[in-house]
Design a protein around this ligand. Structure first.
Ligand code: PLP
Length: 360
C-alpha cells in the first residue's frame, strides 16, 4: 500500500486519465488522502508560485478543518474548529454573491456582480498589504446551502485576479468530478483555475484527493515538497481511476445533467405550491431548497429546516442538515424514480411542517 511518492503503473494511468478529463493545461497533480490536506497544499503552492503570502476567501465557504483551511473559512462554529483565533494573519474574507440574498444590488433589486468585483478591487488595494497570493473559493457553496453565484461572476473574478497578479484557486473538493454534471464545476463558466483541489466524488467514497496546478506552475509541486506518506497509494489510485472510468462508461455526467434538470423542474413547482419555500437553487446534483418565514421578508426559517430534516429522516431519507436551506447532494447514479421518491418525502415533510406552523 505504501509506495510513498514513487511512480507506480496505476498512478501513471490515473494521472494520464485525469489529464484527459481536466481542462487542457491543468495537469500537474499531487495526490492526498483527505480534502483538507489538499487545500493546505494548494495554499502552500499559491505562496510558492506567487512569492506572496496573503489570501482572500469568502464568508460561508468551507475548506476543511486544518489550520490553513480554517483560516480560509468563516467563524461559524469557529470555536469548534480552532479554539482560539480562527484565522492566521494575512487571511481575509469578503462576501460572495448570493442571487437570492444580494449584498450589492441594482436599482431593480437584481444582484449586481460588477459591484462585488469593484468591492474586491478596492479591498485588494486598501484592505490588504498588497501581497495577495490567491483568491480561494468554492465554485458553489456546499455547506453554505448549495448557493451558486450569477453566471457572469467567475469570468469577471478571474479577470480581476489576472489584472492583479492573483492566482485563482477553486476548491472543488465537493463540486468536482461530476457533482454538477461537469468534471469540474468551473467548466460551467469556461473558467480554468490556476489551482484546483479535488476530493469526495474523486474516489467515489474512497479516501483519495488531489491538488492540481496548471502545467506552467508544475515546479511549485517540488518547491513545496508536496508529497505525503499515503497520498497516491496504489489502492487510492485504483479507486480514483475506476471512478473516472465508470463515470465515463456509464455516462454518469449525462445522468447528473438529466436527472438534475428533473429535480430542478419539480423543485420550481414545489416553490410555487409552498408558502415557506423562498428559493430553489442548484446545478446537476448539488441542490438546495431555501425555507423562509415569509417570501417577501425572506427571513430564514431555521426551525422549519430542522423539522423537515427530522421528519424526512424518519420517513427513510438520509441526508445532512444545513440550517434553513435543505441541501441535497444525491449519489451521482440516482435515477428519476429515486429522485421522485426522495422529493415526495421532502415535499410531504414540508407540507406537515407548514401545517404545524399554521401556514396551511
Ligand atoms: C469544499 C471543501 N473543501 C475541503 C473539504 C475538506 O475535506 P476533508 O473533510 O476530506 O478534509 C470539504 C469537506 O467537506 C469541502 O466540502
Amino acid at each position: 500500500m505504501n509506495c510513498h511518492d514513487f511512480a507506480t503503473p496505476v498512478k501513471e494511468k490515473l494521472l494520464e486519465k485525469m489529464a484527459d478529463v481536466l481542462p487542457k493545461g491543468l495537469n500537474s497533480i499531487q495526490l492526498y488522502s483527505d480534502g483538507s490536506t489538499a487545500v493546505e497544499a494548494g495554499i502552500r503552492a499559491a505562496r510558492a508560485i506567487s512569492n506572496r503570502h496573503e489570501f482572500i476567501s469568502c464568508f460561508r465557504d468551507f475548506h476543511g478543518k486544518t489550520m490553513g483551511a480554517v483560516s480560509l473559512a468563516q467563524m461559524i462554529r469557529g470555536d469548534v474548529f480552532s479554539y482560539g483565533p480562527t484565522r492566521n494573519a494575512g487571511f481575509y474574507m469578503v462576501p460572495r454573491p448570493d442571487p437570492y440574498r444580494p449584498v450589492f444590488k441594482k436599482s431593480d433589486g437584481q444582484i449586481d456582480t460588477d459591484a462585488y468585483i469593484d468591492f474586491y478591487k478596492q479591498f485588494i488595494q486598501e484592505g490588504t498589504v498588497g501581497n495577495v497570493a490567491a483568491f480561494v473559493l468554492e465554485p458553489a457553496q456546499g455547506w453554505g446551502g448549495s448557493i451558486f453565484p450569477p453566471e457572469d461572476f467567475f469570468p469577471k473574478l478571474q479577470q480581476l485576479c489576472r489584472e492583479n497578479g492573483i492566482l485563482f484557486f477553486a476548491d472543488e473538493v465537493l463540486t468536482g468530478m461530476g457533482r454538477t454534471g461537469e468534471w469540474l464545476c468551473m467548466n460551467h463558466w469556461d473558467v480554468v483555475p490556476d489551482i484546483v483541489t479535488l476530493g469526495k466524488s474523486f474516489g467515489n467514497g474512497f479516501p483519495v484527493t488531489a491538488m492540481v496546478v496548471k502545467e506552467k506552475y508544475a515546479d511549485a509541486i517540488d518547491r513545496i515538497s508536496a508529497s505525503s506518506s499515503y497520498g497516491g497509494n496504489p489502492m487510492a489510485c485504483a479507486a480514483a481511476l475506476a471512478s473516472i472510468e465508470v463515470i465515463e462508461e456509464e455516462q454518469v455526467l449525462e445522468n447528473v445533467r438529466e436527472v438534475g434538470a428533473h429535480f430542478m423542474q419539480r423543485m420550481k413547482k414545489m416553490k410555487e405550491d409552498h408558502p415557506i419555500i423562498g428559493d430553489v437553487k442548484g446545478k446537476g446534483f448539488l441542490l438546495g431548497i431555501e425555507l423562509v418565514k415569509d417570501k417577501i421578508t425572506k427571513e430564514p426559517f431555521d426551525e422549519a429546516g430542522k423539522l423537515v430534516y427530522q421528519k424526512a429522516f424518519a420517513k427513510g431519507l438520509a441526508w445532512i442538515p444545513a440550517g434553513h436551506i435543505l441541501r441535497m447532494s444525491p449519489p451521482l447514479i440516482m435515477d428519476k424514480k429515486h429522485a421522485d421518491m426522495g422529493l415526495d418525502i421532502i415535499e410531504e415533510s414540508i407540507a406537515e411542517v407548514e401545517k404545524e406552523f399554521g401556514y396551511q
